[in-house]
Design a protein around this ligand. Structure first.
Ligand SMILES: [Fe+2]
Length: 308
């Protein structure tokens, strides 16, 4: 099946307490590239191998957290169709004008049952990854810091997990790849969903703290580069939550850490390829530790308690 419909996590607007400090962190340590600033003071950034204008928007605010999560869809017709499908499902949608975000076309916004504000968009100016399209080289030069290749996925928390799961599966065309069951052995505690052939593009966790973010994740190319990221975080005194580590779920490797405002970020590497004919993996309540942290098989308190 060709990849159509919703393509991938395209951008996220993150609230930061001190804009200058945040920009220094996101460019010098995480290693994203600044691509613009708008009239309201928001700062736009992209990862080195992303071709569209931006994937992260930083907004100065008085509390940390995430304003909205944007998925890129195939084209304008797909955007119209998904908007129609959302409305038919009973979801209120709103159009945001083109240009409200720099270099970005019209966006269709809606709130998911877990309280999060999502948006779909089809158009964003392509600025490339410096390699060009004719006989491209393979090395992107002048990379700074950790330098992930792209925005990868989000883990977000909310009470009505079932509602958001069903909306993403039934309307937006996502597939369930993995789930952790609650103690009752029936209810979903957490679900991993993909709109592509990645092991996940988004994860929802059942949590009374609706509309909260656990982390935004960025893709690292190799385990060796992930270890370098951990070394750099230690050298620069970045607040590391936990890692480097291996996930049972997705089989990816990972580090969780915090930006200066307290937003958790993940550097993620690996994960299996998913195809829509594959059955989801199920993890039981008793094995939740191994599902998340495969080696130590137990969760740390900060990982469970801190969301923004
Ligand atoms: Fe993650």
């Amino acid at each position: 099946m060709a990849l159509t419909g919703v393509l991938r996590p395209g951008h996220v607007q993150i609230r930061v307490l001190d804009l200058d400090e945040a920009v220094a962190f996101y460019t010098q340590i995480l290693g994203l590239v600044e691509t613009g600033r708008d009239a309201s003071g928001r700062v736009y950034l992209k990862a080195c191998d992303e071709r569209d204008h931006h994937s992260v928007i930083l907004r100065k605010a008085d509390r940390a957290g995430t304003d909205f999560y944007g998925f890129k869809v195939l084209n304008a017709r797909t955007l119209d169709l998904l908007e129609t499908d959302l409305r038919a499902y009973g979801v209120q949608t709103e159009r945001v004008r083109a240009g409200d975000l720099l270099e970005t076309g019209e966006r269709v916004r809606f709130h998911a049952p877990t309280g999060h504000l999502f948006e779909l968009y089809a158009e964003k100016t392509e600025i490339g990854d410096t390699l060009g399209y004719l006989n491209p080289d393979v090395i992107i030069e002048d990379r700074k810091g950790i330098s992930p290749v792209r925005l990868d996925h989000w883990q977000i928390h909310g009470e009505d997990l079932d509602g958001s799961r069903d909306l993403f599966v039934n309307v937006l065309g996502f597939s369930l790849t993995e789930r952790i069951l609650c103690e009752d052995g029936k209810t979903d505690m957490a679900v991993w969903l993909t709109c592509s052939n990645k092991a996940h593009d988004i994860a929802f966790v059942r949590d009374a703290r609706s509309d909260t973010s656990h982390h935004a994740a960025f893709l690292i190319e190799t385990w060796k580069k992930l270890l370098y990221a951990a070394d750099l975080m230690a050298k620069r005194r970045v607040s590391i939550d936990i890692g480097p580590l291996r996930h049972g779920i997705t089989r990816g490797t990972s580090i969780y850490f915090f930006d200066p405002s307290g937003n958790r970020i993940e550097t993620f590497c690996g994960g299996y390829s998913f195809y829509p004919d594959m059955k989801p993996y199920t993890w039981t309540w008793e094995e939740m530790g191994a599902a998340i942290f495969y080696h130590t098989r137990e969760l740390n308190e900060r990982f469970l308690s801190v969301v923004t």
